[in-house]
Ligand binder design. Structure first.
Ligand code: DX5
Ligand code: ZN
Length: 222
């Protein structure tokens, strides 16, 4: 049994000149997903710490910072200190992810570990005992609006199995191409946090889209 689904709208699909309004447009969401990209780890550049600090004051929604950056060992802890609820770093980029998780938690955040579609889960299973969130990328990180990749779902199933057996205590988050057509497959596989960018912010009523996605995930969980 997965926990009640949580929906995290991704600001990547919002109007960057109106981020406070974009946050206010989704009061019914659980986390607000902030994609930080450095044009090195991924070929795109978005927003960084000053914007997260400003957002923290502009909304009461918990911030879910997804750092698609090189050298997160150096750059991630300040996001926790800035008040992010969850700070996720990429396994492919972190030099000492065990130490980094301890630092993120000490700064008051949940610690998240993300893996790209081509990155296997197995090498990280022990390390994940020190983490609170596993983010399984369901697209190649870098851009919104891409198609969901169902071939990564076995990693979600495996992680859910480890949580069920008590080996891990983790929220299992999926990110990329989540919409009304794909969320059921991810929920059925065992995800319980769902990032949705274009599916929320391209909708006429973003908050209604959040509620509909949550309902679809609940149904698929059975
Ligand atoms: C992609 C980002 C995602 C992105 C998802 O690298 O990590 O969070 O915003 O956007 P959609 O939901 O449009 O795929
Ligand atoms: Zn993301």
């Amino acid at each position: 049994m997965s926990p009640d689904p949580r929906i995290a709208p991704s600001l990547l699909s919002a109007d960057f000149a109106r981020l406070a309004e974009a946050a206010a447009a989704v009061p019914g969401s659980d986390w607000l997903h902030v994609d930080v990209m450095d044009n090195h780890f991924v070929p795109n550049l978005t927003i960084g710490l000053p914007v997260v600090e400003a957002l923290r004051k502009a909304t009461d929604l918990p911030l879910d910072c997804h750092l698609m950056i090189d050298d997160p060992d150096r750059w991630a802890p300040p996001y926790a200190e800035a008040g992010a609820r969850n700070v996720t770093v990429h396994a492919e980029a972190a030099a000492d992810p065990a130490k980094l998780a301890r630092e993120l938690r000490a700064a008051g955040a949940l610690a998240g570990l993300a893996i790209k579609p081509g990155t296997p889960l197995e090498p990280y299973l022990e390390l994940l005992r020190g983490y609170d969130t596993l983010l399984v990328m369901t697209v190649e990180p870098g851009f919104g609006g891409q198609s969901f990749r169902p071939e990564v779902l076995p990693k979600v199933r495996e992680a859910r199995k480890r949580v069920e057996s008590g080996h891990l205590t983790l929220a299992i988050e999926v990110d990329g191409g989540i919409n009304a057509d794909t969320i059921a497959a991810a929920a059925d596989a065992g995800a319980d946090v769902f990032v949705a960018g274009s599916a929320v912010y391209a909708a006429d009523d973003p908050d209604k889209a959040v509620q509909e996605l949550r309902e679809l995930a609940r149904k698929a969980q059975g």
